[in-house]
Design a protein around this ligand. Structure first.
Ligand SMILES: NC(=O)C1=CN([C@@H]2O[C@H](COP(=O)(O)OP(=O)(O)OC[C@H]3O[C@@H](n4cnc5c(N)ncnc54)[C@H](OP(=O)(O)O)[C@@H]3O)[C@@H](O)[C@H]2O)C=CC1
Ligand SMILES: O=C(O)CCC(=O)C(=O)O
Ligand SMILES: [Mg+2]
Length: 740
């Protein structure tokens, strides 16, 4: 007999949070019939800020630390978490959150940009924990299995999304550093024993500063690498000159959100090199008024507001003058004049490069039209795969969603493997000297000569996650009868360590009849692309960053968006996390809801994740009803796709809420029709009838609210009651659901 089981469903940010207000009541009502409870756990950016300062807030403003709760839960073999995409906050997003909360009377301290006192340092440290990719590494206590389910793939084949044509004469390309970057300086070791190493800076006078003590466990891989600030700035200048001479648009693609320490620094250099004339002329003034180029040009516009109007106009003119001397800069919003360099969180490489490739290799220009572009990604380790993809499209034309195969991914990410764990071991050098990794006996394990401004970082990957990742790769190859490729370079220091382990751990498995290969990145992507255009599937088994990049790149080509991916994290301790999609939180969708009360967010990722989550409870707890709920949910999802009841982009047509209604209709019909459990069928038959009888009325009620502003007030700190009102406007539907 089963006892009550719990699914922890996360409340996050932006579009997925809005969708939750409509969808969770449906999931909750259905799940109840299988003795399953869905508990909402708030891990939104606002909730994380509130939790960080809970001890300073009055009791009525405090809230449970949802992230800590779920983080602890990941150790429990019973854990069952449905994780929606959340904001990985850049500084401008954090400022906006603090402002919004303080307007509600929270009285949170301002973020100290240049902390001087101990108090300010402490405040900054608390905010630092909230910034960037602060949720995923805590919850992802397992490796990742991301794929396009068969129903989704078949829908995409029948209803292909638009794909920009590729021309052989396209001048678009990826540009990256040919030296002085992390790739060219990487060193890597594997420790045989548990030990604590020190990350030390040795000054020119011989003084030693311990930056960090790092406990390592036996079998762990530790890398260290350096990016030269001078070479980075020269690289930016050269790419700008080259783009200007060749009349091609310049476009920066980094991941300042996830690589929260290193990439804002890189982004800041791009801003100060691009607008060099402005920063040279007004640098001192900018320092005085607190401009932070790492927050983008937006920071200049923001901070100069404290200056007299004439001065502001002078600076704005100087910015405009820069555009005469520089190549055209890619735009995020050409109507509003927002460029790629405006804020660091607008262009995020995992999604932005596939969007460019899908769009014939073009980015948007000042004139609102698409143009060929030089995509600048300083760090060469992974940038090369985009050049390879661009070459492939130039030769073979755009991918065709109707005929193309699929590239699922098995990604290494457990226990903060690879780049996810690097935030606390990434340092900007304040002086020239040597950065080194030293063991307890004083032996130097790795070292780099560094200069002021360089970015030096160490990166950890534990052994247990690697072993589990190899197993997951082999398992997926076996279960789906698909070739699997481990993407590992032959001459990259980190990958040399990993290759040894992969070769060793592959021996633990029966590989009979499987096609398992190890290939360098460019060969691996070419191999996968050669197969994909012939309709063949290839599993990519990769490290963490390639996991991130490939699970947007291929889904965006295959399905139009990575939101439609099934994204499972089998946790090392036995629990499961089911992520919804592989993409972001679609801020643009919120704007549309605010303006026209239409939410175009597609909850397909949520439907898929919850079905797997039910299924898992069914298996673990021998809960037959949960298994039926899962099976019927999957069938209903397929029917929803077939009947084209996914959200449209246009106000007045079916949106997120309408698609949820159809899910409830089809799901209840499937449950009523199944014969495995007569009790369940009897329970859902009246609902199915009521929903079907009232279909037109409900659809009308849901459409009637659209076309005018929704009245949503909070952005980062949404009022759940208000959101529920906006997201559940059909009384007929709500009443029907309440009968369950
Ligand atoms: N796992 C996680 O928690 C992740 C979080 N993020 C966070 O998300 C934010 C935005 O990231 P960004 O990379 O710009 O991605 P977006 O969320 O803006 O997604 C890019 C585009 O993809 C389309 N899209 C994405 N999801 C859906 C969906 N469910 N339904 C329909 N269309 C969809 C939208 O296209 P259109 O506008 O044309 O409709 C959207 O504008 C950032 O704060 C980032 O930190 C990013 C990646 C993963
Ligand atoms: O954690 C993040 O900031 C982004 C995560 C992401 O893009 C992914 O997992 O695909
Ligand atoms: Mg991603």
């Amino acid at each position: 007999m089963s006892t009550k089981q719990t699914i922890y469903y996360t409340f996050t940010d932006e579009a997925p949070a809005l969708a939750t207000a409509s969808l969770l009541p449906i999931f909750g009502a259905f799940a109840k019939e299988a003795d399953i409870e869905l508990k909402l756990t708030d891990i939104s950016l606002a909730s994380r800020v509130i939790s960080a300062f809970a001890d300073r807030l009055p009791a009525d403003k405090q809230a449970e630390d949802g992230l800590k709760f779920l983080g602890d839960l990941t150790a429990d073999p019973e854990a069952n978490i449905v994780k929606l995409p959340n904001i990985s906050a850049s500084l401008p997003q954090l400022y906006a959150t603090i402002k919004e909360l303080n307007a509600e009377g929270y009285g949170l301290p301002e973020y100290p940009e240049n902390p001087q006192t101990d108090e300010e340092k402490e405040v900054q440290a608390r905010y630092a924990k909230v910034l960037g990719s602060a949720v995923n590494p805590v919850l992802r206590q397992g490796n990742s299995d991301r794929r396009a389910p068969a129903a989704v793939k078949s829908y995409a084949r029948k209803h292909p999304h638009s794909m920009g044509k590729w021309s052989k004469t396209s001048t678009s390309h990826a540009d990256y550093m040919r030296g002085g970057d992390f790739f060219s300086s990487e060193q890597s070791i594997t420790t045989d024993v548990d030990q604590t190493v020190r990350l030390e800076f040795v000054g020119q006078d011989g003084s030693v500063e311990v930056k960090k003590s790092l406990p390592l466990v036996a079998g762990e891989v530790l890398d260290s690498m350096n990016m030269s600030c001078k070479k980075l700035r020269v690289f930016f200048e050269e790419t700008l000159q080259d783009a200007k001479e060749n009349n091609i648009m310049w476009s920066l693609h980094v991941k300042a959100t996830m690589m929260k320490v290193s990439h804002p620094i890189v982004f800041g250099h791009a801003v100060t090199v691009f607008y060099k004339d402005v920063f040279e002329k007004y640098g001192e003034l900018f320092n005085e008024i607190g401009v932070n180029p790492r927050n983008g040009l937006g920071s200049v516009y923001d901070k100069i507001q404290s200056l007299p109007e004439a001065k502001q106009a002078e600076i704005k003119q100087a910015i405009q003058d820069v555009y005469n001397t520089r190549p055209e800069l890619a735009m995020v919003d050409s109507d509003k004049g927002i460029t790629n360099l405006h804020v660091p969180s607008d262009v995020i490489v995992d999604a932005s490069m596939p969007a460019m490739i899908r769009n014939s290799g073009k980015m948007w220009g000042r004139d609102g039209k698409a143009h060929d572009a030089k995509a600048v990604m300083p760090e060469s380790t992974y940038a090369r795969i985009y050049q390879e993809t661009i070459n492939f499209c130039k030769t073979n034309g755009a991918f065709d969603p109707v005929t193309m195969g699929t590239v699922p991914n098995v990604g290494l990410m457990a226990q903060k493997a690879e780049e996810y764990g690097s935030h606390d071991k990434t340092f900007e050098m304040t002086d020239d000297g040597v950065m080194r990794v030293v063991d307890a006996n004083g032996n130097v394990l790795m070292q780099h000569n560094v200069e002021k401004g360089d970015i030096w970082r160490a990166c950890q990957t534990k052994d247990a996650p690697i072993r589990d990742w190899v197993k997951l790769g082999v398992t997926r190859a076996r279960q789906s009868n698909t070739p699997a490729v481990f993407w590992l370079e032959e001459d990259r220091a980190h990958d040399i360590q990993l290759r040894k382990k992969v070769e060793l751990y592959l021996k633990d498995h029966d590989l009979e009849g499987l096609d398992i290969r190890i290939m360098p990145y460019n060969e691996a992507i070419r191999f996968s692309m050669e197969r994909i255009i012939r309709g063949k599937d290839t599993i990519s088994v990769t490290g963490n960053v390639l996991r991130d990049y490939l699970t947007d790149l291929f889904p965006i080509m295959e399905l139009g968006t990575s939101a439609k991916m099934l994204s499972i994290v089998p946790m090392l301790n036995g629990g499961g996390m089911y992520e919804t999609g592989a993409g972001g939180s679609a801020p643009k969708h919120v704007q549309q809801l605010v303006n026209e009360n239409h939410l175009r967010w597609d909850s397909l990722g949520e439907f898929l994740a919850v079905a797997v989550s039910f299924e898992e409870l069914g298996i673990k707890h021998n809960n037959a009803k949960a298994k039926i709920l899962a099976k019927c949910l999957d069938t209903a999802t397929g029917k929803l796709l077939d009947n084209n009841k996914s959200p449209s982009r246009k106000a007045g047509e079916i949106d997120n809420r309408g698609s949820h209604f159809y899910l409830a209709l089809y799901w209840s019909q499937e449950l009523a029709a199944q014969t495995e459990d007569a009790g369940l069928a009897a329970k859902f038959a009246p609902l199915a009838k009521q929903l079907a009888d009232n279909e037109d009325k409900i659809v009308e009620e849901l459409a009637a609210v659209q076309g005018k502003p929704s009245g949503l007030s909070g952005y980062y700190h949404m009022d759940l009651k208000e959101v529920a009102k906006i997201m559940r406007p059909s009384t007929t539907f709500n009443d029907a659901l309440a009968t369950l």
